[in-house]
Structure formats: C-alpha cells, structure tokens
Design a protein around this ligand. Structure first.
Ligand SMILES: Cc1cc2nc3c(=O)[nH]c(=O)nc-3n(C[C@H](O)[C@H](O)[C@H](O)COP(=O)(O)OP(=O)(O)OC[C@H]3O[C@@H](n4cnc5c(N)ncnc54)[C@H](O)[C@@H]3O)c2cc1C
Length: 308
C-alpha cells in the first residue's frame, strides 16, 4: 500500500507541468464519477515524463498512463499511486513521405478529434471512422479503438513508447498484437506518440463522411448524460446492446446510474452516480446475461482502483 505522503516526497523537486494531489476522478472522467487518485501528474514533454517514471519506479510507486478518461472507471476508494495524464503531450503534425504516402505524427495526449480535424483539413483520408470517439491517441491505441469496421491498428505505422524504466523506443505496427479493443503492450509501457498512415483523399467526401458519422452518433448515443461509451464488448455476431435490450434491462437503475434508454450498451450517470453503483449494475447485467442467455459479457471499459 502506497501512502500519499510517500508519493508527495517522491515527486518533490521534480520539474513537471502540473500535479494534483488527492484528486477526485469524478472531476475529470467522462462518467463524472470515481474516487480520488493519490496524484494526477500532467507532464509537458517526454523528458519530464521520463524523469517522473524513473522517480516513481525507484520508489516502487504504482503508476498508470491515462488519456482523456473516456473509457476508464476508478473505483470509489480511489487509485493508490500516480495517474500520468498524457494531456500535456498533445501535438499533431502532418507530412508527406518520399513514397508518396502521407502521415500524421501525433503525441499520445492529442485528442482523436484534433487528429481527425487535421486530417480533414489536409484532405487526408483514413481516420474518418474516429469521428466522435472522444478519447486520446494513446488511449485509442491501447484500446485498439474502432468503429464502422475499422480499428486504429488499420491506420498506424509506428508507435513510440516509453518502458517502465523511462527508456524510449519505436515499435513497428507488426510488433504489436492487436485484438478487439485490446493491444498486447506490456502493462508498464506508456504510449508517447503514433504515426498514422494516410492517403490523399477528396476533402468534400471526407467531411461528408465525418458529418454522417457525427449525426449517427448523436441519434444513437445518449450524449446528453455523462458516460464512457460502450460498457461491454460485443459478442461474436451479437452486439452487447441488443443482448442487454433483449434481457429487458433498458432503463434499469442502481442509485443514480442507469442503463441508457437510448442505447442499452451505455450506462449513464444521472447526476450523483458512484463507481459502486456502476459496478453493481455491471455485475447485475453480467449475471443476468449468463443465467438467461448463457453468455459471458466482458467489460470494454477499464476498471481500476480500490473499493471504499
Ligand atoms: C460517447 C463515447 C463514445 C465512444 N465511442 C467509441 C467507439 O466508437 N469506439 C471505441 O473503440 N471506443 C469508443 N469510446 C471509448 C473511448 O473513447 C475509447 O476507447 C478511447 O480510445 C479511450 O481513450 P482515452 O484517452 O479516453 O483512454 P482512457 O480512458 O484515459 O484510458 C483507457 C485505457 O487506455 C490506457 N491508456 C491511455 N492512454 C495511454 C497511453 N498513452 N499509454 C498507455 N496506455 C494508455 C489507460 O491506462 C486505460 O487502460 C467512446 C466513449 C464515449 C464516452
């Protein structure tokens, strides 16, 4: 068990962008719920990040990189250790290669929205499927985010990472095994940046596709309430949302969290929801799915931290 004072001592004197101690995740997570993290650290560049990682490693303090916190649930007892908030590393640039291919180099904390907009502005096609996914580039690679039959793995060429000792290296896409909403990167690896491979496209068509996707999302998803996107992974041949709907669970509530009436694979926070309400509801859905349909639902969202 790490104590908060040990973390303050470990970070003391380090030149980092910003540190919040004892910070409630309900302030930052898209779900607007979650317990306190001992320290939330936002560095401004990779050198600072490396220094923080080395210091934490030397003191045996647990850490976890996070991006936009749109797919993570921190239990109400909070996270004992440091969340490395990648938001400070948010640059994205585009360019052309000698072979006529185009690329975007994005730091891990850049939002997918920023990268998609940059691609559209430069009439580069390939990233339209990311329209409306509210995560960061690093989170998207870690989770192998996807939509409409395309996944992040389909558009990346290299991933730059920092290992648990703070050492940097560049991985070719084929060195990483991606699967449905997961990558096999070791748990202590931090994604620092990504090169996306893109093609020159038709600017009008790109923007039309983006608008179409945004409209679809607004119609189908309960975006008026805090949420973390799809809570469960789809089953082979069966969207998890349809299964939950067939179980009659739309609108079912625990405390202030509710299975969305609009899309059954979304759980929304109606105001004062807690992580334990969310976990109680997730457990209830899983048990019902197993009992009545014989299927094991797996969560897509990442659950970390301790119970109260
Ligand atoms: C309204 C809504 C719609 C969504 N639609 C989709 C969708 O269509 N498709 C889809 O796939 N997802 C969707 N999501 C889920 C989510 O946006 C994506 O999974 C996104 O890629 C997560 O990125 P993030 O930066 O928010 O990650 P976080 O929630 O911050 O973290 C998620 C995981 O990634 C790890 N991680 C984050 N950054 C790094 C890093 N730099 N290095 C190493 N590990 C890291 C974290 O440790 C954690 O395990 C949706 C979410 C919402 C709220």
């Amino acid at each position: 068990m790490t104590d908060g004072q040990a973390i303050q001592n470990a970070l003391d004197g380090l030149n980092v962008g910003k540190i919040w101690f004892d910070e409630p995740m309900s302030r930052h997570a898209s779900l607007k719920l979650g317990g306190k993290v001992d320290a939330l650290v936002m560095t401004e560049n990779e050198d600072q990040l490396g220094e923080v990682v080395q210091r934490l490693r030397a003191k045996d303090i647990p850490f976890l990189p996070v991006g936009n916190l749109t797919n993570i649930l921190v239990r109400d007892g909070g996270y004992r250790g440091v969340l490395l908030w990648m938001r400070g590393l948010d640059q994205a640039i585009y360019g052309a290669q000698e072979n006529g291919q185009y690329f975007i180099d994005a730091q891990a904390g850049a939002t997918l929205a920023k990268v998609v907009m940059l691609a559209a502005a430069q009439e580069l096609t390939g990233l339209e499927f990311c329209t409306g996914i509210p995560g960061s580039v690093g989170g998207a690679v870690w989770m192998n985010a996807g939509a409409y039959g395309t996944e992040i793995k389909d558009v990346i060429s290299t991933v730059s990472v920092m290992d648990g000792q703070g050492k940097k290296k560049i991985l070719q896409r084929d060195e990483i095994a991606f699967a449905y909403r997961q990558s096999n990167l070791p748990a202590d690896v931090i994604i620092c940046g990504v090169r996306f491979n893109l093609q020159k496209g038709d600017g009008v068509q790109i923007r039309e596709r983006m608008a179409e996707i945004m409209k679809w999302r607004q119609e189908k998803h309960p975006l008026q309430y805090p949420n973390a996107g799809s809570v469960f992974k789809n089953l082979p041949g069966m969207p998890a949302g349809r299964l939950i709907e067939e179980l009659g669970l739309k609108g079912v509530r625990r405390g202030d969290v509710q299975v969305s009436k609009k899309h059954a694979n979304f759980i929304v926070n109606k105001g004062q929801g807690t992580a334990s309400d969310m976990i109680t509801l997730i457990t209830f859905i899983k048990e019902k799915a197993e009992k009545e349909k014989g299927v094991k639902l797996e969560t897509e969202i990442v659950i970390v931290g301790e119970n109260l």
